[in-house]
Design a protein around this ligand. Structure first.
Ligand SMILES: Nc1ncnc2c1ncn2[C@@H]1O[C@H](COP(=O)(O)OP(=O)(O)OP(=O)(O)O)[C@@H](O)[C@H]1O
Length: 334
């Protein structure tokens, strides 16, 4: 965290290296939304949304269908202007193309590559549009294509790439020129599990080099990669914050018990425990504790001691709720 701009000095292909030392590029919030609303005629797609994306973070945009994720993403990318409120990216309006040139990389959800172009030439062309010389653009294109493990496709026509390969070339174009902010809309949608795993690994390797915003339906993936998130539902912001807070991983334990005793009263009596709930169908015990009394690791130690003492058999233990469970609770439409 907080290492934004560092990568700019490591790369040979970055034409903005001098900009990186510019004081304007040091931001606490890479993106800030204040009372942002987007109206499409009578439809309010995004309603009065305010949150910040901390610099250097990996930030998830979460929500069910129609929540307003793509609309929010499109306003961040400068594709749409808010109807009301303010949205700033690196302290600029996202539509300030000249100020932001080369500082923002975007992978739209349905990005199409020009079928007749060679992959390498296409990336070089896009890098040149950022203002790089041909030599720097070539170096940047090669570096980002290597990053997505696609250097072999340099002379391959875009139209012949598989869906997974095309997605990785899309990622390479989003990474061109070492941008400070990278926006990825549904980067693993429609990919088979192995390719999706590879894409997650590539994105994970970017952590700390830039601010990453990822919109996805795959909550397990977001829980793994993101350190902050915003949850939207029907256009409104439901909650936002650090992933550890959203999943309550600092104040809750989930313990799965195999057949045998379920000594919930004994667990309830542990110092620091605030509440214990048991789902007897899944044999899952949820323990809420006071983190001022003990941290999660200490609570795991105490709970295991008590459970073993009472001959309970533990199948699994984890900190916090699954993000999926949290989102279901928060976006329950009753
Ligand atoms: N161009 C548009 N014109 C009219 N309504 C729109 C437009 N774009 C989005 N909407 C509406 O705004 C709401 C939010 O849509 P948006 O695509 O941002 O949601 P989303 O969270 O990305 O959904 P999904 O997960 O299904 O992609 C929906 O009700 C949608 O129908």
């Amino acid at each position: 965290m907080g290492r934004e701009g560092q990568g700019a000095e490591d790369t040979i292909a970055d034409p903005h290296a001098s900009d990186a030392r510019d004081a304007r590029d040091v931001h606490e919030a890479a993106i800030a939304l204040r009372g942002v609303t987007k109206q499409f005629g009578a439809v309010t797609a995004v309603k009065n949304v305010s949150f910040e994306v901390p610099s250097g973070s990996v930030f998830g945009l979460i929500g069910p269908n129609g929540a307003g994720k793509t609309t929010t993403f499109s306003m961040m990318a400068g594709y749409l202007a808010p109807s009301a409120g303010e949205l700033s990216l690196l302290d600029r309006a996202p539509r300030d193309v000249d100020a932001l040139r080369g500082k923002v990389g975007v992978l739209p959800q349905d990005a199409l590559l020009p079928p007749a172009e060679l992959v390498g030439e296409y990336l070089v062309f896009l890098a040149q549009l950022q203002g790089m010389t041909r030599a720097k653009a070539t170096a940047s294109a090669r570096a980002t294509l290597a990053e997505v493990e696609g250097l072999d496709w340099w002379k391959v026509r875009c139209g012949t790439l598989s869906h997974g390969m095309a997605k990785r070339v899309g990622l390479a174009q989003a990474f061109l020129g070492e941008p400070r902010v990278v926006l990825l809309d549904e980067p693993t949608a429609g990919l088979d599990p192995r390719v999706a795993y590879g894409v997650r690994r590539i994105i994970g390797a970017r952590k700390g080099r830039c601010t990453l915003v990822i919109s996805s339906h795959n909550l397990q993936e977001l829980e793994e990669i993101c350190d902050y998130a915003a949850i939207l539902d029907r256009g409104s912001l439901i909650t936002h914050g650090a992933m550890a807070e959203l999943t309550a991983s600092t104040s809750e334990l989930r313990i799965e018990l195999a057949q045998g005793p379920v000594p919930e009263d004994a667990v309830r009596a542990i110092e620091g425990v605030k509440a214990v709930a048991v789902d007897f169908n899944t044999r899952e015990m949820t323990v809420t504790f006071d983190r001022a009394v003990a941290d999660a690791e200490e609570m795991i130690r105490r709970a295991c001691g008590v459970l073993y003492h009472h001959q309970a058999r533990i199948s699994a233990i984890s900190k916090g709720r699954r993000l999926e469970q949290r989102v279901m609770e928060l976006t329950d439409r009753g």
